[in-house]
Each structure stands twice: as C-alpha cells, then as structure tokens.
Design a protein around this ligand. Structure first.
Ligand code: FRU
Length: 522
C-alpha cells in the first residue's frame, strides 16, 4: 500500500488493511517489542476476531507479521474468536509449555463464540462445556519467539466461569490482564465483570490453574460496561521505597465529559498481592468524576508491556472510539494505535499524579531543521507559520498576561476553512482541541466537537503543551504530562498550514518549537 493513502497515519501503527481495535499481549522479549491486536482478517469492520501481530525494536518502526491467533474456523465457520488478553515470557517454565530449554511465551485471552452465528452450547476438546455467548479465559503458547501460537486445547478455558457469586455474568466476563508479581512469586490476572463494573483478581503458579483472590469496583466512572483492565506498579517520584499501583479500566460508553462513546479511567492505589485498594483521594463519592487517562474521544483499551522495568513503563492505546469506529472515512484499513506512552508517577500539588509522555524512542524519526521562535510578548492576534506540513511534533510554552486563550491552529487549508485548533483557556484552566472544522467530520453526528482537559499552570504561571500531529490524529500532552487529549481528525491532503493565536489580549514568554516528523513506513 505504500502507507500513503489519504489519512494514513505516518508514525502511528495501523495495519496494511482491515479492522483493528484493542492492543493486546504487549510484550518486550529478547529486545523485540511485540504488539498484538484485535484484528479482523476478513474485512474493515469488527468481526472474526483474531490476534494480529507487529514487531518493533524501537516502538516506532513496526513490521506487520503473520496473524498470531486466527479465529477458529475462519472464514467459513468461526466457532471461537480470540478477544482481548495479554502475554508474558514464562522464563521459569512454570507452565511446562517450554521444551528443550525454550522459554515459552504464554498468552491469556478471552474465548468468545462467534456472536450471532454459533449460538449453541459447545463441548470443547477439554471436555468443558461453554454455553451460547459464554466468554471464558483461555491460554495459548509460543515456542518461536511469539511468531506462531498453539492453543492449550487440553485445558481451555483455564478460567471457565466467572467467580461466585457472579456466575450469571458469563456473557460479559473478559479481557484478562496478566503479569508476574515479584514479591509473592505468583502470576496475577485481572478480568472484567463488565456489566457489574467490577474487576476480579486471580492468582496462579502455573498459568493453568487459577484461584480468585479479590474483587474491585464499582468506583467512579460506571458508564456502559467496564473492559480492558490493566494493573501495574510505578515508583512515586522515582523512589523505589514508594511504589504505588495503578489500575486502568475502559468504559464503553461513558468516557470523559464532553465525549461520546468509550474512554479510559484509572485509579492510583496499593496492591498487596491479593487486593487492589485505591487511595482515598482517588475515589470520588457518588461516582461524580474519574481520573481520566485521556480527556479526548480517541484513547481506549490502553494496556502495558510486560517484560519492561517499571522505570520504563510503556502503554499503548487504541486511537479510536466505539461510537464511530466503523465509520471513520479511511480505507483499506480501519483504526490505528496511539503513540506509545511512557508512564511515571510524580507528586504534583501534594498529590501522586500519573504522568504520561510520548515514548522517547520515536525521536529517531524527527527531521533536522527545527523551526523555533520566541516572543517576550505575543500580541493579541495571529502569527502565521506557513505551510509546515502534516506530521509535526510541536512544543509550546507560554504564560498568561491579558489573553483569554493562546494556542496553535494546525492542519489548516490556505483559506483556513479547514483547521484544527489546539489551545489553552486561561480562565477555565483547560486545554482544548476543536475539531469542528477538521475536514471530514460528517460521518458521525457526534464527531464535530470541542474537547477539554483540565490543566493547572506551573507555580511560575507557565503552561506547556506538547502536540503530536499526524495525518489523521492530534495528541496533546499538557504540563509535565498530567493531562492528555487524543482526537482523530480527517482534513484534506492540502491542509498543511499552521498559525499561532492569542485571543482577548497578549500572551507572555511564548516559546515555540516545531519539528517535522518523518514517516516510519519508508
Ligand atoms: C474492547 C473490547 C473488549 C473485547 C474486544 C473485542 O474494545 O470490546 O472488551 O475483548 O474489544 O474485540
């Protein structure tokens, strides 16, 4: 395909063709980053769910690999789909899947019957019976560095039914996230009881026999269903004696205020090997609000890499939304991944805060020739930056003076009829992204909107925005990364112009850096 079709992401992963949704089974092993993902081998809409596969050695350049887990019976008679899950390197061969000293990679995924087509009770090769529409958790392993996978048919599903007393939830029991827990020397797994807005935590010594440990939820955001849990440790302020745990969970629908469709919330707390307990200040009585991992409409199903030290904690999210995911005006693929993010925890205003930054590795594709300028006083009005292009890494720093808003317009046509506005509102203290004029906004009635992310200026009054611009996306990282906002856009090919603006007065101490970004598909 050449990756040059209209709207084709130039430095974000998208498959050559067909539908993708959640990233799954993220694993760093032997120097290779494995990105598996929900994939339809048969079309650009959701269906025939399989695990697609791509590899990278820098989180930036991806090679698409053969499908890792192909929907069973595809294409004629799909009896089992491979839903979202996770993967580990079983270095001690606790599972016994390893032979001849080879380290087995082990994946846990949700087995789901083909909806609509296979609505009957099935007896599986293991002798276990699954009901029509039952979701259960199964295992597969790879002995060739993640390239080909064998399902554990003798034992699957390894987690057959939801835990008591929630057995009736078998139709919405999914998305196992698995990791090795150092302190207790155990495997830990988290699944969603989606309709109940609960998570169940499980433990195992061998990845085959699982015992339920505890439950979590409902807390804070309880829109729609809960999906795609992700639990991981981070050191607060880089202090190894202050490790905290973060639980992220997807809601669909029920994303951040002002969005329609799916979104991701998180909780900071502690995990003692059995139970995850959110810090009191992370629970908002009456489910009034949430910690939103991203305040935009297009960041979902985030999950983290196994096999990386916690100082290098990296996550990837699906840069799309269930509200309009199948309607986005792109072809022959449907969907992309957000830029990999490096996560850390930092005390800001006395509060442990999740900090997200674009992964550093991708700097390798930034072209020379930075466009940088600064203004002690940026007068009310606009300053055109010319035709700067459609793939950019923008850094902006500024402080309030008389202005109500300061920001940048990108991906504009020369007549400014198409434009995407990214700015900061000094009164509301929030970042905003306005995509109401971002080209093709007509395929879904909720798409043409303005989104907001709260951000307090630094103690010295400065506001910092880092903005990644690709052919069909905007990702904003505000402050030190305590607020992020991701939104897809579909402007025309010639929307290459940019300008800065200060509305309602002057803005002080403006510093601008614009770097062009190369395609990773050359
Ligand atoms: C989330 C999700 C998961 C499910 C998968 C199916 O986007 O609905 O809960 O496992 O997608 O593709």
């Amino acid at each position: 395909s050449g990756y040059k079709e209209p709207y084709r992401p130039q430095f974000h992963f998208s498959p050559a063709k067909n539908w993708i949704n959640d990233p799954v089974g993220l694993l760093h092993h032997n120097g290779i980053y494995h990105l598996y993902y929900q994939y339809n081998p048969g079309g650009i809409e959701w269906g025939n769910m399989s695990w697609g596969h791509a590899t990278s050695d820098d989180l930036t350049h991806w090679d698409e690999q053969p499908i890792a887990l192909l929907a069973r019976g595809f294409p004629e008679n799909v009896t089992e789909m491979f839903f979202t899950g996770s993967a580990v390197a079983d270095v001690n061969n606790t599972s016994g899947f390893g032979v001849d000293g080879k380290i087995p990679l082990v994946a846990v995924y949700t087995s789901s019957p083909c909806l609509n087509k296979y609505q009957v009770t099935q007896t599986l090769p293991s002798g276990k019976e699954v009901k029509a529409n039952q979701q259960s958790q199964s295992v597969a392993y790879s002995l060739d560095e993640g390239m080909t996978w064998t399902t554990y048919d003798k034992g699957n599903p390894v987690i057959h039914n939801p835990p008591a007393p929630y057995q009736e939830q078998y139709e919405n029991f999914r998305d196992p996230f698995l990791f090795w827990h150092e302190r207790t020397n155990k495997w830990i797994l988290v699944t969603a009881l989606s309709e109940l807005h609960k998570l169940a935590l499980w433990t195992s010594d061998n990845l085959k026999d699982w015992k339920v440990l505890s439950e979590f939820g409902p807390f804070n955001g309880v829109g729609g269903v809960w999906e795609c849990p992700n639990l991981f440790p981070l050191d607060l302020d880089n202090d190894k004696s202050k490790t905290k745990w973060v639980m992220a969970v997807g809601l669909n629908p029920g994303g951040p205020p002002g969005t329609v469709g799916s979104g991701t919330q998180y909780f900071i707390g502690s995990f003692d090997g059995e139970k995850f307990t959110p810090d009191g200040e992370n629970v908002y009585p009456g489910n009034k609000t949430s910690n939103w991992m991203d305040w935009g409409p297009d960041y979902y199903a985030t999950t983290s890499f196994n096999g990386l030290p916690s100082t290098d904690h990296t996550v990837i999210g699906w840069m799309n939304n269930w509200q309009y995911g199948t309607k986005i005006p792109v072809y022959p693929w449907h969907g992309a991944m957000a830029a990999p993010r490096h996560l850390s925890l930092k005390t800001i205003n006395q509060k442990p805060t999740l900090i997200q930054q674009p992964n550093e590795a991708w700097k390798s594709i930034q072209r020379q020739g930075e466009h940088s300028s600064s203004w002690n006083t940026f007068d009310q009005g606009n300053k055109d930056l010319g035709s700067v292009g459609k793939t950019l890494d923008v850094e902006l720093e500024f402080s309030a003076s008389g202005a109500s808003e300061f920001g940048i317009i990108v991906q504009a046509t020369s007549d400014w009829n198409q434009q995407t506005i990214i700015g900061y509102n000094f009164e509301e203290k929030n970042i905003f992204v306005d995509r109401t004029k971002s080209g093709d906004v007509f395929f879904d009635e909720t798409f043409a909107s303005v989104y907001h992310a709260p951000l307090t200026p630094n103690s010295d009054g400065t506001v910092r925005l880092r903005i990644l611009v690709d052919w069909s996306s905007i990702e904003v990282f505000g402050g030190e990364g305590e607020a992020t906002l991701t939104a897809q856009i579909f402007p025309s090919q010639n929307a290459t112009f940019a300008r800065l603006f200060s509305h309602g007065g002057d803005t002080k101490n403006v510093q601008l850096g614009v770097r062009k970004v190369s395609s990773t598909w050359n």
